[in-house]
Design a binder for this molecule. Structure first.
Ligand SMILES: C[S@@+](CC[C@H](N)C(=O)[O-])C[C@H]1O[C@@H](n2cnc3c(N)ncnc32)[C@H](O)[C@@H]1O
Length: 217
């Protein structure tokens, strides 16, 4: 099977349009269904602690879970999603949130090795070039630090694979790619001598998502 490592059906414009539409209803639709992944990311991240980067922080649903981080910088392409995130930080008085910034995950405006960990909950399926995004995450993480990714990994057979294939026709409208294969992440890790896969674990609901922990050597 040949793997499309770039996501030609995803562009910054359709992601910005999609999340401007999602923003007002995002928390109502996605709080519960994606909570297991946020909790798994938080458990991993809180073990690392220190200064962390949340890539694609969105409305900040995961921020209250990151209590073990000394300081958190969140970035997102979507200003309307971040606006809700800023309200959440103020309402909950989250003192460890340093800043929430509009920024492209594929062009992080931070120096090399400036974070102890970078976390990306439910984001890598929404960027045009996942490898470039993960390169950027690895660049800004210190040696010995972790990249923590929660992502949908497509089924390879059975009814879920069929449903994902049907949904993929609407990738541009959805703002993410339902047929995201594991190889995009697996091949990227294999291509870099400075990285080590620490963990790959299926998450609820239905094993549709996975927690992936990578150490920067
Ligand atoms: C499914 S949401 C996840 C939000 C949050 N992490 C959560 O768990 O609810 C994906 C987020 O990634 C953001 N995103 C997509 N492409 C991006 C990019 N190139 N740079 C930064 N953020 C991006 C979207 O705007 C959206 O807020």
């Amino acid at each position: 099977m040949s793997v499309d490592h770039k996501q030609s059906d995803i562009t910054h414009t359709n992601v910005e349009d999609a999340y401007a539409r999602w923003a007002p209803i995002y928390d109502r639709v996605f709080t519960a269904v994606m909570k297991p992944g946020r909790l798994a990311a938080a458990e991993a991240l809180n073990r690392v602690g220190g200064r962390i980067l949340d890539v694609g922080v969105g409305t900040g649903l995961e921020l209250p879970m990151f209590s073990g981080a000394k300081s958190i910088v969140g970035i997102d392409l979507s200003a309307p999603m971040l606006e809700i995130g800023r309200k959440r930080v103020a309402e909950l008085g989250l003192k460890n949130v340093e800043s929430l910034l509009v920024m492209d995950a594929m062009n992080l405006e931070f120096p090399d090795a400036s974070f102890d960990a970078a976390v990306a909950p439910y984001v890598i399926t929404t960027v045009p070039d996942p490898a470039r995004t993960m390169d950027e995450m690895a660049r800004v993480v210190k040696p010995g630090g972790e990249l923590i990714i929660v992502n949908h990994i497509a089924a390879t057979s059975g009814p879920i694979a069929w449903i994902e294939g049907m949904m993929a026709k609407r990738s541009a409208k959805l703002g993410w790619r339902p047929t995201f294969p594991w190889e995009i992440i697996g091949d990227w890790i294999s291509s870099r001598a400075d990285l080590e896969l620490l963990e790959r674990r299926k998450l609820n609901p239905l094993g549709l998502f996975a927690l992936i922990r990578i150490r920067r050597k």
